[in-house]
Design a protein around this ligand. Structure first.
Ligand code: HEC
Ligand code: HEC
Length: 334
């Protein structure tokens, strides 16, 4: 019930107008039903039957008076309108267009946070839905796990396997992907993983505005790249294999996301990197390093025969150049 009563002031004004109109109609109909009409009454009652001014009366003082009124109101508009427009730029400056943008951005972040959360926060926000990203990705996107049921298409009779699939941290996702790439992931999800599609085009429930709000929130919780790099250097050092397992295996090694890695670098969402594949794709180490550091935009070429799909993250804001070199060396040995 409180949800139904939680209306905005515009809605309240609208309801008041509707109420006044309804009441007026009822009063009018009641009074109309009581009116009696005797034959001949229209001769005195109807305005169009009354004798009006003659020509002299209409074109004399009366006309002049109305013309002066018209001239007066025209003069007021002619003078006041330019004065308003002269002031307009100062008014906009005063209102602060930039501040306006900031305001809209803050609102978008707030909505994005609501969508991200698992349940109505405190105070509850009953008018905004919650989509529970944090159920899998952790509170404020620190990362988490998702339950997932694996089925093997080659063994349809086998019992499906329950696994815990790592859901990557999202407080660094805007350090790894471009805006449009994140939007693509949100729209279509990741087929074959627990990440469901959210955008309408992917079969989800969220419209464009809601996806943008979520991205505004992801941008808001984004960590400082300097601190991320320091923390990653402390945790993983410059061991190429350790770094690969931490940052690359979940896409390039089948099963790595749920603790059952098969051939290291053998390919999953990302292509197979073994058997000298990266040596053929990137004849020089510099090309390889550049791809891992910054990738390229969707549709652009990389390496010898690569065309970027926007699904491979870049690591220049997450790892130091030494760490990236170490991973590249490791990959070239696979
Ligand atoms: C049922 C669990 C689940 C829910 C709910 C969920 N995700 Fe995910 N998401 C995942 C998993 C698991 C992955 C990693 C998939 C993979 O291994 O490629 C993922 C991947 C992502 C990625 C790509 C990150 C990367 O580095 O590859 C983004 C972005 C993302 N999710 C955003 C969201 C947002 C925003 C929501 C809420 C609207 C959401 N997710 C809800 C499980 C979930
Ligand atoms: C979110 C999934 C994902 C992660 C994480 C990821 N990659 Fe990739 N990677 C891809 C995809 C997808 C491609 C294919 C290119 C494309 O679609 O744009 C790719 C392509 C590549 C290629 C080029 C292979 C070829 O033959 O074209 C290399 C090299 C590579 N990744 C290295 C890495 C390294 C190193 C890391 C970790 C630091 C990493 N990837 C992490 C998904 C990922």
């Amino acid at each position: 019930m409180t949800e139904l009563l939680a209306v905005s002031s515009q809605q309240r004004i609208g309801l008041a107008v509707v109420l006044v109109m309804l009441v007026s109609w009822v009063l009018f109909l009641l009074s109309a039903s009581k009116r009696t009409y005797e034959p001949g009454i229209e001769l005195t009652a109807a305005p169009n039957r009354k004798v009006y001014y003659d020509d002299e009366g209409m074109e004399g003082k009366r006309l002049t008076k109305y013309l002066w009124w018209a001239f007066g109101s025209l003069a007021i508009s002619a003078i006041v309108l330019p004065v308003i427009w002269v002031r307009e730029p100062f008014r906009q400056e005063g209102a602060g267009l930039d501040r306006g943008k900031e305001y809209f951005h803050e609102e978008a972040v707030k909505r994005g946070e609501w969508y991200f959360e698992a349940s109505p926060g405190d105070p509850p926000t009953p008018r905004e839905p919650h989509y529970g990203c944090e159920n899998c990705h952790g509170k404020k996107g620190v990362g988490g796990v998702a339950q997932y049921t694996l089925t093997d298409p080659s063994k349809p009779d086998a019992i499906p396997q329950q696994v815990q699939w790592v859901a990557p941290p999202l407080n660094t996702v805007m350090l790894r992907f471009r805006h449009d790439e994140v939007k693509f992931i949100l729209t279509y999800g990741r087929a074959g993983t627990p990440m469901p599609p959210w955008g309408i085009a992917g079969g989800g429930a969220l419209n464009d505005q809601q996806l943008e709000d979520l991205i505004a929130y992801l941008e808001h919780i984004k960590l400082d790249p300097k601190e991320v790099k320091e923390a990653n250097l402390k945790e993983y050092g410059t061991d190429g294999q350790k770094l690969f397992e931490a940052f690359c295996a979940r896409c390039h090694t089948q099963g790595a996301s749920y603790g059952q890695p098969s051939v290291q670098g053998g390919g999953a969402l990302g292509p197979d990197l073994t058997g000298g594949a990266t040596l053929r794709q990137f004849p020089t180490v510099e090309q390889h390093v550049s791809w891992v550091t910054e990738t390229v935009e969707v549709g652009k070429q990389y390496g010898q025969r690569g065309i970027a799909s926007g699904r491979m993250p870049f690591f220049g804001d997450m790892l130091t150049p030494e760490q990236i070199k170490a991973i590249v060396e490791y990959e070239r040995s696979l």
